[in-house]
Write a protein of this length. Structure first.
Length: 295
């Protein structure tokens, strides 16, 4: 008697900066979602696919639910989160070990009551005393009926197999939605744009406001390599020298580090040209957000 196949969507949710993208990347086994210590790093819903035996996990990495600021972009990101929660089979609610804020509490009313929700306590390696874990988890589980609790370290790969077992046991029976070797349903040009944006956040995120995005304007690829032209869209002319840095050093480093990541993804030589355009007020206009590829 053959073992039935199970397949489903899993939303990875939580407040900003709890390690959702690091966890999604670690579970999938490759870097699809960009990572930084800054809020608003993930802005899109990104599907990452893992096929393991008779199970296929389709992870939906979502933006952190925004509670501090309004604006068109934050409203758009919150719609992405609430829509994902309405459409998936399992929810993974990520919190940071030992820390609980109003942002965490504001996630609780959004969690579905009619689907299994797994509490993932991330960054357990950073806890000074493991004795604090029980009291911390007890306070959270008293507020919502979680199906399971799994402490993990996404960065160090601790207990990720146990988390996959907990998720897998709750996936519905059904055929695979993707080929076994598929990693994401997003095109590579989308992933490339996100990798460039990650470098911007990491290098100049404290100086440059979050009103920048990346658009791939040219993508030519064959067996011998890829030629990519990427445009960094900013809102003010005054942001240009921040992004360029002295003698253009910031932009050179952004392009170099992004190109190295894209080479790993495509497994072929890459020529990457990155340049800047000003588009005033784009981040607070929903029509402009849609035009730039936001959902």
């Amino acid at each position: 008697m053959s073992i039935p196949f199970h397949c489903g969507f899993i939303a990875v949710v939580g407040r900003p900066n709890v390690g959702k993208s690091t966890l999604a990347n670690a579970l999938i086994g490759t870097k699809l979602s960009i990572v930084s210590r800054k809020a608003q790093t993930t802005r899109h819903r990104i599907h990452g696919v893992l096929t393991r035996g008779q199970q296929q996990f389709v992870f939906v990495d979502t933006p952190g639910f925004q509670t501090r600021h309004g604006g068109a972009m934050n409203r758009m990101m919150n719609r992405v989160v609430t829509q994902a929660l309405a459409e998936v089979d399992v929810v993974v609610h990520v919190v940071e070990a030992g820390k609980w804020s109003s942002g965490d509490a504001q996630m609780l009313p959004l969690l579905p009551q009619n689907r299994p929700v797994i509490l993932v306590v991330n960054k357990v390696d950073a806890l000074k005393s493991k004795n604090d874990m029980f009291a911390y988890v007890s306070r959270i589980t008293a507020q919502f009926p979680y199906a399971a609790v799994v402490p993990v370290s996404a960065l160090r790969g601790v207990q990720l197999d146990i988390l996959l077992d907990e998720i897998g046991s709750r996936l519905p029976e059904g055929e695979a939605m993707f080929e076994a070797d598929t990693l994401t349903d997003r095109p590579m040009r989308f992933i490339a744009a996100e990798l460039i944006r990650e470098k911007i956040f990491r290098l100049v995120g404290d100086e440059l406001p979050y009103s920048c995005t990346v658009v791939i304007e040219q993508w030519e690829e064959n067996d011998t390599g890829a030629r990519i032209a990427a445009c960094v869209v900013i809102e003010r002319e005054g942001h240009r020298p921040i992004l360029l840095g002295a003698g253009g050093q910031h932009m050179k480093r952004i392009a170099t580090e992004a190109r190295q990541d894209i080479v790993k993804l495509l497994d072929k030589p890459v020529y990457l040209d990155v340049y800047i355009k000003v588009r005033k007020g784009w981040s607070d206009r929903e029509a402009a957000l849609r035009d730039l590829g936001y959902e």
